[in-house]
Design a binder for this molecule. Structure first.
Ligand SMILES: Cc1ncc(COP(=O)(O)O)c(C=O)c1O
Length: 387
């Protein structure tokens, strides 16, 4: 591109990102359960959303390979892509969530877009938690609705705002928040929504198959019933794709009008098979017990060496550093010590709230966690983050 005037803005933007500590560089990563090969080096992996380790489960892999007749259906579901595996998977997901029905989307991202663009119109107001995931933010932006953001988990603020407007009201929040690891105040939100006749939507990408009786997610854990559940199968299930669990009429409306459902190719059917195989393993509960032990062990150890850890914690442990450049430095030096924990920066989190997002998984063994704690101690002290 050289010094071409018309593309100068690109260089300026990249320079700006570099100078603000916000430049992102791709690393090559080959996941190996508790570890990963990062840029060719084997390190302990604290970056995966494969919380239960199911993406490497032998039974899941064998079934997925055995069911693979073609790479993809090469068609959208409404044309020629609706393989019978979808019906089986959606029945399983509906029964998992105890809803009338479920609908699989190619990703959790597109499920969020699909639901909000279908449910919200120009007469609607969407009330969205300020820490909701980027896919919810983008979904809100794509609707014709008015979007009102309430302070994170501040239900007084939600109620103050929800009183102010008429029309169709929609409240959307997360189960386990993706970058903070805390839990949405679902019971309080449900009460407010009921008082104001609002539709409730939960994105439970990180709580699904982790929390609740039968591991049906955060709303099951808290005993509430939101109108629409959205989730991703690329987290605890270790698979791929997104889904919506809800009433039959909402499912029918999504099939008929959701652009993210209609105008895209169907999830390849072998990925449906993967999820069909992973669900009963995830529901058996033994992996969540291991995960819980690892969460308690690791978060207590990090606290003991001086990091501020909020309790009770989930499998997502945020180590808030503050400055973007310092978070990157911490992450880089940890990688040199054999620990992979990515720095998360603006715009994923607020400016000045840069952090390492540590995700513990069920495949970590005590030796991985102990080695990592030593590395955190060494690098934390070296950078003056720990005393
Ligand atoms: C809360 C939340 N919702 C939705 C998504 C998107 O899911 P997917 O990766 O299946 O598109 C993510 C992914 O990180 C997420 O954290």
């Amino acid at each position: 591109m050289g010094s071409n005037h018309k593309t100068e803005f690109i260089k300026n933007r990249l320079d700006f990102l570099e100078n603000s500590g916000l430049y992102r560089r791709l690393k090559t990563v080959i996941p190996r359960g508790a570890t990963a090969l990062v840029n060719g080096k084997e390190v302990i992996n604290f970056c995966s959303n494969d919380y239960l380790g199911l993406s490497r489960d032998k039974q899941v892999i064998d079934k997925t390979i055995a069911s693979m007749q073609e790479v993809s259906q090469c068609s959208s579901r409404l044309i020629a892509g609706n393989h019978p595996h979808f019906i089986e998977l959606e029945n399983m997901l509906a029964s998992h969530r105890r809803t009338e029905s479920a609908l699989v989307y190619p990703t959790g991202y597109s499920a969020n877009l699909g639901v909000l663009m279908t449910i919200a119109d120009e007469s609607s107001t969407i009330y969205s938690d300020e820490l909701n995931h980027a896919s919810i933010v983008d979904a809100c932006r794509l609707t014709d609705a008015t979007v009102v953001v309430f302070r994170h988990n501040d239900t007084d603020h939600l109620e103050e705002l929800i009183k102010q407007r008429g029309g169709r009201k929609i409240v959307i929040t997360e189960g386990i928040f993706s970058m903070d690891g805390d839990i949405g105040k679902l019971s309080e939100i449900q009460t407010i929504a009921d008082r104001h006749d609002a539709i409730t939507i939960i994105d439970d990408a990180h709580g699904d198959f982790i929390l609740g009786p039968s591991f049906a997610g955060t709303s099951a854990e808290l005993g509430v019933n939101f109108d629409i559940h959205i989730s991703s199968m690329s987290k605890a299930l270790g698979c791929f794709g997104g889904y919506v669990a809800t009433t039959l009429p909402i499912r029918e409306l999504l099939i008929n009008t959701s652009r993210q459902f209609i105008y895209t190719s169907a999830l390849p059917d072998h990925l449906c098979s993967a999820a069909i195989t992973a669900i009963p393993i995830a529901k058996s509960g033994h992996l969540q017990r291991r995960l819980r032990c690892n969460i308690v062990y690791f978060s207590s150890a990090l606290k003991r060496i001086g990091f501020e850890i909020r309790y009770p914690t989930s499998q997502i442990i945020p180590l808030i550093v503050g400055k973007e450049t310092q978070a990157v430095e911490l992450s880089d030096q940890l990688l040199n010590e054999g620990v992979f924990a990515q720095a998360i920066r603006y715009p994923t989190v607020r400016k000045g709230q840069a952090r390492l997002r540590i995700s513990v998984n069920a495949r970590h063994e005590q030796k991985h966690l102990d080695t990592a704690v030593e590395a955190f101690k060494k690098v934390g002290k070296k950078l003056g983050i720990l005393e």
